[in-house]
Design a protein around this ligand. Structure first.
Ligand SMILES: *[C@@H]1O[C@H](CO)[C@@H](O)[C@H](O)[C@H]1NC(C)=O
Ligand SMILES: *[C@@H]1O[C@H](CO)[C@@H](O)[C@H](O)[C@H]1NC(C)=O
Ligand SMILES: *[C@@H]1O[C@H](CO)[C@@H](O)[C@H](O)[C@H]1NC(C)=O
Ligand SMILES: CC(=O)N[C@H]1CO[C@H](CO)[C@@H](O)[C@@H]1O
Length: 551
């Protein structure tokens, strides 16, 4: 009895239970909120910028949208395959704080394109279709109302369904695209304009279906790229154009890339000051082999319910399989401030592509990477809105996840189709935003948002938590998230660094206020330059983020 009491006291003293675990087992949690009933433009692509605005765009060749261009402007594009003269917008800027939006004007077709936030916080977007397939487009998040600027012939070859990733030197790599078994860089250095071949993309192409479009690409801690396409993956040295390692095929051999669209994340990077940092990749969902051909013949086969996890830094890496609570194709995997992974959107059967899926999955799930295998998933509360092909999701600075899109139809069809074009914008609030977490939620007091920090420099984050007991190092964490470019169920350049706290000090004579001291990594390979969302986490409850630029 006494021993039990002592153990109980020790347990409560050293590992205070987070309120997030209170309703364990029961499932549920999280709250949906309708933000906008009609944003006019289908969010096929979304990127949060450090202006706390989300740049959203669809394709241009789908006829008129529901959002007029401002001031009677029209776009005259003799090459557009739908409308030559178009007075509607196909892009918009959504302002999170005021829940308002304004139309933007793209000049050429951005259909199924790719992008990344550059190191100065500019959105750089590349490729697309038709007259847009070799373009780069730049959106600078100025407060005075900027618009897209287009750069013709920015890409050496046409790229449609390519994947981009930000690199340690601040450039981005643009990989693949339909029938493009090559990669290149943007911007080009000193006029160098080479295109490099990557046979792996040819080897993983299934005839007609591809199954390797929008490959999953992550920058590994050793500077090489992890590239996953179809059912295979490699570690690739892009600078020397050399395959460093071939990983084992994913167990079961089913495809995970477009149109058998699963999703993938690089799991949070921890122990960043250790000599050997570990990196793990998690891939979830997708569609079984042959599912696309069946879907076009109106047979919608059950999606995959497996996730596969691999430590890519191991000398002998192996996939470990896990089972999700349900099957899911076209799910989005979003890294959350506290290091959990959200899996949201998608369908229970079929594949990506026009009218190719059924059984919308309305319930998101959480995956907790550090929990024991077999107990990592938790079911969350459902939305009422199907989010199928061409739907998107991005994390916001306040910890909510913005969800938009779904248009598995040709053109904007609002009636007479199984899943109409969806122009409603929602936010999903994770259980960590529940009011019962409020008294544990840290609030960052300094530095102010938009502060610049150099590599390897210390950073002190002052925060307030309204609790009477102390705040200790083991209950506090600091995380940094690179805001990704989201399209087709994949978040390009998504990256979460657990920068940790080195020590925590109480601020003297100020109630309930502490300083957590951290150091930025020295390495632009671990932390490519740019704007990051920085959060203080207290007992798994995140603060609102601040923007920190690392240079
Ligand atoms: C907006 O501000 C930027 C930076 O100050 C400036 O370069 C640009 O010309 C301004 N644009 C407009 C439309 O005023
Ligand atoms: C991986 O996909 C390819 C292409 O569809 C297929 O030929 C191969 O059998 C698959 N691998 C496994 C292990 O099933
Ligand atoms: C703590 O309480 C003070 C005073 O009521 C308030 O200003 C502050 O925002 C609260 N902090 C948090 C993290 O809720
Ligand atoms: C099935 C269906 O309703 N298709 C319609 C989609 O929208 C286009 C353009 O408005 C119509 O032409 C189609 O008939």
């Amino acid at each position: 009895m006494l021993l039990q009491f002592i153990l109980f006291v020790q347990f409560t003293l050293f590992t205070p239970p987070s309120p997030l675990h209170a309703d364990e087992g029961g499932g549920g949690g999280g709250r949906w909120e309708l933000l906008q009933n009609d944003v006019g433009v289908l969010p096929m692509h979304m990127q949060l910028l450090h202006s706390d605005r989300v740049v959203i765009f669809d394709r241009t060749d789908f006829g008129t949208s529901n959002l007029p261009l401002p001031e009677g402007k029209c776009r005259m594009d003799p090459n557009d395959v739908a409308l030559k003269l178009d007075c509607t917008a196909h892009s918009l800027e959504y302002d999170v704080a005021s829940n308002t939006f304004r139309p933007l004007m793209v000049q050429t077709d951005v259909w199924c394109s790719s992008g990344a936030a550059a190191s100065d916080g500019t959105l750089v977007q590349t490729g697309g279709f038709n007259d847009g397939d070799r373009r780069a487009r730049v959106f600078k998040p100025y407060p005075n109302g900027s618009d897209w600027e287009e750069i013709p012939f920015a890409l050496n070859v046409r790229r449609w369904y390519a994947t981009n990733h930000i690199l340690p030197d601040g450039r981005q790599i643009v990989i693949g695209g339909r029938r493009q078994f090559s990669y290149e860089f943007f911007p080009k250095i000193g006029g160098a304009s080479r295109t490099y071949s990557i046979p792996f993309l040819a080897e993983t192409t299934d005839q007609f279906i591809e199954n390797n479009l929008y490959p999953f690409v992550f920058l590994n801690v050793d500077g090489n790229l992890f590239i996953f396409a179809n059912n295979r993956s490699i570690l690739f040295d892009y600078a020397r154009n050399k395959v460093i390692k071939t990983f084992p095929a994913i167990p079961g051999g089913d495809p995970r890339c477009y149109p058998s669209t699963g999703s993938a994340v690089l799991l949070p990077l921890r122990n960043l000051h250790a000599r050997a940092i570990e990196a793990e990749v998690l891939i979830c969902g997708g569609a079984p082999k042959g599912a696309y051909n069946k879907a076009i013949n109106r047979i919608f086969v059950r999606a995959l319910n497996s996730c596969s996890r691999i430590k890519i830094t191991d000398s002998n890496p192996q996939w470990v399989m896990e089972t999700m609570p349900m099957s899911r194709v076209m799910g989005d995997m979003i890294l959350l401030p506290n290091g959990d992974v959200l899996i949201i959107n998608g369908a229970g059967s079929g594949t990506a592509g026009w009218d190719n899926s059924r059984d919308p999955i309305l319930s998101p799930i959480l995956y907790r990477p550090t929990d024991p295998i077999g107990s990592r998933f938790r079911l969350l509360n459902p939305s009422t809105i199907p989010r199928l092909y061409h739907s998107t999701a991005v994390l916001l600075r306040d910890g909510r996840v913005l969800v938009g899109g779904s248009n598995p139809n040709v053109y904007y069809n609002f009636t007479g189709v199984p899943f109409p074009t969806e122009l409603r914008l929602e936010a999903f609030s994770l259980p960590y935003l529940d009011s019962k977490c409020e008294n544990l939620r840290p609030k960052i007091l300094s530095p102010s948002s938009q502060t610049t920090v150099r590599y390897g420099r210390p950073l002190t984050i002052r925060f307030n938590v309204n609790i009477t007991s102390g705040v200790r190092l083991d209950t506090v964490a600091v995380t940094m998230i690179a805001p990704p470019f989201n399209t087709h169920s994949f978040s390009m350049s998504q990256r979460l660094l657990m920068i940790g706290g080195e020590y925590v000090t109480k601020v003297r004579n100020v109630a309930a206020t502490w300083d957590v001291h951290v150091s930025m990594t020295k390495s632009s390979t671990i932390t490519p330059p740019g704007y990051y969302l920085v959060f203080v986490i207290h007992r798994e409850i995140p603060s609102k983020g601040i923007w920190i630029r690392i240079v």
